[in-house]
Design a protein around this ligand. Structure first.
Ligand code: GBH
Length: 497
């Protein structure tokens, strides 16, 4: 190589190292909060114990075991229903400020309706919450992490608009039962996955394939349900309980494939279809669905021969009612994708992908994980945080999930690498870009039931032995790393004071 070629290689390497390499040696702000998360169906087990009712994931995994890796299910999972005290001991050892977990609706309300409350289910959560508080750990509670009571699915599930009221009644009950101790509520986890995978592509429970129709109807109900729960909190609980309520929205960062105007427009359209679909109505100062969705879906619906848009419309009153129903911006994010301009897909069978009409892929050189969709792209998260900051008017952001999958090794250096690089980029967004991120949640506290992947992809800071009836938990290297980050607020050996 010639000298100038060597020089270029050197400069590029220094650039890459400083931009994406070593974590920065600054401290997280004093009041920054660290936590970790799980979800009811993924950890609790005890699927039919003590009066719990059946939910759509119980039903789906039992009927369609062929669709889940190794035919597995969450019947026992991590057995956290029986082992929550051990879970709290792990959280205590990690030194987290908060633990994000979800309530199993069917454990509290076996039929889904509030006419019959299952006391052992209520006691389970009361005990868990009490144990957390005794150990100085704040409970962050999600009301719905994908496990709809089966009787509500029999009424059509989320595409049925009446579910908004049933959800609101369940939310009111949860605020009543637990709200003296729970100050941070999330209504829905990743409604996009509930709606698109559950009622659009039909690959997750309940397995309804209605792409470009059922997914939009579902989202419409979920957004109304969230807003009802938020207003109930506002009107009936906020004055006495003084907590916060939000909805968790998830997305990749979408990076334009090139700096052409077309690719930039395509990437923006993709994030609006993926994220704005849920975030805009709640978090954007104008509310409603993103205009690009309203316009494109109306246009394509008409060309397809529908009498009206497949995207339901909010009335002006509904737009106002849903707008601003948050107390912090709750974000789940794991990875990044690249977006290329595409000609509009031909008119034919309706679908969400055709409505967006862009080409999305990931760079094969990016580091991988045990999950096909999860590539390690730390800089993408910094860009996403900046985009949210600008698009939604500088909200307070809490990252409610972020994490990495492997095959379960105890000395999980790849997970440590993921966390340190992602946290470094998040810290840069805070310190260098002025984005108001106030909390971070590692997914997950322990290995658990990873939906269609069963127990083959592990996200835990603690290992769980699923072959052992005791479901023994063992600490991983990443837990020790995270514990140190929480204790020092620093990602390297010594941080600048
Ligand atoms: C989160 O979803 C969930 O909230 C959590 O329950 C889950 O355990 C965690 O991530 C890790 O996956 O099967 O190829 O169609 C993150 C977003 C959306 C990523 C669904 C995986 C399915 C890909 N997820 N997606 S595929």
């Amino acid at each position: 190589m010639k000298f100038n070629q060597l020089l270029i290689v050197f400069v590029v390497q220094v650039f890459l190292r400083t931009t994406y390499g070593e974590p920065i040696n600054k401290k997280f702000p004093e009041n920054f909060l660290f936590g970790t998360a799980t979800a009811s169906y993924q950890v609790e087990g005890a699927w039919i114990t003590d009066g719990k009712g059946e939910n759509i994931w119980d039903h789906f995994t039992h009927i369609h075991s062929d669709l889940i890796a190794n035919g597995d299910n969450g019947d026992i999972a991590c057995d956290s229903y029986n082992k929550y005290q051990e879970d709290v001991a792990m959280l205590k050892d990690l030194g987290v400020n908060f633990y994000r977990f979800s309530l199993s609706w069917s454990r509290i309300l076996p039929s889904g309706f509030t006419n019959q409350v299952n006391q052992p289910g209520v006691d389970y959560y009361k005990n868990l919450i009490a144990a957390l508080k005794e150990n100085g750990i704040e409970p962050y509670v999600t009301l719905y992490h994908w496990d709809l009571p089966e009787p509500l699915q029999e009424l059509g599930g989320w595409p049925n608009p009446d579910l908004a009221d049933y959800f609101a009644e369940y939310a009111r009950l949860a605020f009543t039962l637990f709200g003296d101790d729970v100050k941070n509520w999330m209504t829905f986890n990743e409604a996009k996955q509930t709606c698109q995978l559950g009622y659009g592509y039909g690959v997750y429970a309940p397995g309804v394939a209605s792409d470009g129709i059922g997914d939009y109807l579902c989202a419409h109900t979920v957004l109304r349900a969230h807003a009802k729960a938020y207003h109930i909190y506002d009107e009936e609980f906020r004055a006495t309980q003084n907590g916060r309520v939000s909805m968790v929205v998830d997305t990749d960062w979408f990076e334009p494939d090139s700096d052409s105007e077309e690719d930039i427009e395509a990437a923006e359209r993709r994030i609006q279809f993926n994220f704005g679909w849920y975030a805009n109505a709640i978090y954007h100062p104008d509310g409603n669905y993103p205009q690009v969705m309203i316009d494109r879906i109306a246009d394509r619906s008409q060309q397809e021969g529908f009498p009206r848009s497949r995207l339901p419309e909010f009335t002006p009153e509904e737009v106002e009612y849903i707008k601003g129903t948050y107390d912090f911006f709750a974000l789940n994010t794991y990875t990044t994708s690249l977006v290329k301009w595409s000609d509009d897909y031909p008119i034919g069978t309706p679908s969400w992908d055709a409505d967006g009409s862009v080409t999305v892929y990931q760079d094969s050189s990016w580091n991988s994980s045990a999950s096909g969709w999860l590539k390690v792209v730390p800089w993408g998260t910094r860009k996403l945080l900046n985009w949210i900051d600008q698009t939604y008017d500088h909200p307070e952001i809490v990252i409610t999930e972020n994490g990495y999958s492997d095959h379960g090794e105890l000395d999980d250096q790849d997970r440590i690498n993921y966390y340190s690089k992602y946290l470094s980029n998040i810290l840069q967004a805070i310190l260098e870009d002025g984005v108001n991120v106030t909390g971070y949640t590692a997914w997950s506290l322990m290995d658990n039931f990873e939906w269609l992947s069963g127990y083959t992809e592990k996200f835990g800071l603690y290992q769980v032995d699923f072959t052992d009836p005791n479901r023994t938990r063992t600490i991983k290297s990443s837990a020790k790393f995270y514990k140190n980050v929480i204790a020092t607020k620093c990602l390297v050996d010594t941080c600048e004071e």
